[in-house]
Design a protein around this ligand. Structure first.
Ligand code: NAP
Length: 286
């Protein structure tokens, strides 16, 4: 069996085209996304530049606030409070990694849920868990959108999610539950991992471990979605799934690069336009 590739580029283009059209139809100003950065990490800066470039093409302002790798908790808090109060900012993201010693939990709690376009504030995750309106983390939503785009049903199926982080695994489990999947969330103590992933119709791997998932972990015909992103020493990219072995067993597999990651930025922009629209609507009603 050679697995069907679940590419994300066509879906990303479709979402970006929708964002550009939505921006043109917005009555009441240009959406603005602020991204707070406090790191020297090259990959983080590359990612932020790619958000800014995609935002510009879609007609969204992107304000990058770079506080430098030496930023303190107080610097970061002051900036987030200021951007939270700024009526001209509709979406707000705190880019990771952050300087050692700062409390990520305290900082993301300063992002108002209505501007929390990457679902980082625990309030957003709580709302997602109980089915109230909120922005899901873009990466978690990308997985569901990618499955939809390729016509892979979720309802009534068994999905194993490998990884329980607050930004990917946990919100994804809630999104899948909302879509009537039966979900098992695996983590580093789920041993042996194959015991939990073998029975699954769909396995999503977001473990941050290069090529962790291989053909021994999945049943023939399973669908595999790879969220992992790793830059290898030779500069190439790899995921959390071992594409070579899985492509002989899985019926479908999302590639890295060109799968989930392609969709994430487009969804951040979609969330920003939605946040702007809600802001405008609230102003009209006030
Ligand atoms: P994270 O915070 O490090 O969480 C990793 C999770 O995987 C943890 O729950 C951990 O379990 C679990 N895990 C680690 N080793 C495992 C093993 N051997 N078996 C089973 N579970 C294991 O990572 P994250 O932020 O969720 O990111 C996960 C991956 O997605 C990374 O590769 C990251 O680069 C990628 N990512 C991609 C995008 C995108 O847009 N494509 C965005 C964000 C992240 P414990 O809880 O027990 O430690």
């Amino acid at each position: 069996m050679t697995a069907q590739l679940l590419g994300g580029k066509e879906l990303a283009q479709k979402i970006k085209a929708q964002v550009a059209a939505d921006v043109r139809n917005l009555d009441g100003g240009r959406p603005t996304l602020a991204v707070v950065v406090a790191t020297d990490d090259d990959a983080a800066h590359w990612y932020v530049r790619s958000i800014a470039s995609a935002a510009g093409k879609a007609g969204i302002n992107c304000r990058i606030v770079d506080l430098g790798a030496g930023a303190s908790q107080a610097n970061l808090e002051a900036e987030l409070v200021s951007l939270a109060e700024d009526a001209g900012v509709h979406g707000l993201i705190l880019q990771t990694p952050l300087p050692p010693g700062v409390s990520t939990a305290q900082l993301v709690g300063l992002i108002p849920p209505e501007k929390d376009v990457d679902g980082a504030n625990p309030v957003s995750l709580g709302r997602l868990a109980v089915g109230e309106p909120s922005f899901a983390p873009a990466t978690a939503r990308s997985v569901v959108e990618l499955l939809d785009h390729h016509g892979i049903p979720v309802s009534g199926r068994y999905v194993a999610v490998v990884g329980r982080s607050a930004v990917v695994g946990k919100p994804l489990a809630h999104l899948l539950l909302q879509r009537d999947a039966t979900v098992t969330v695996c983590h580093s103590r789920s041993v042996p991992l194959a015991r939990f992933t073998q029975p699954a119709d769909i396995v999503v791997v977001a473990a941050g471990r290069v090529r962790l998932l291989n053909s021994e972990h999945v049943a023939p015909g399973a669908v595999v979605v790879d969220v992992g992103t790793h830059v290898l020493p030779d500069g190439s990219l790899a995921g959390d799934a071992d594409e070579a072995s899985l492509s002989e067993v899985a019926s479908a597999l999302s590639p890295v690069p060109g799968g989930v990651g392609s969709v994430t930025t487009a969804l951040l922009l979609l969330h920003t336009v939605e946040a702007c629209r809600q802001h405008v609507a609230a102003g009209v009603l006030a």
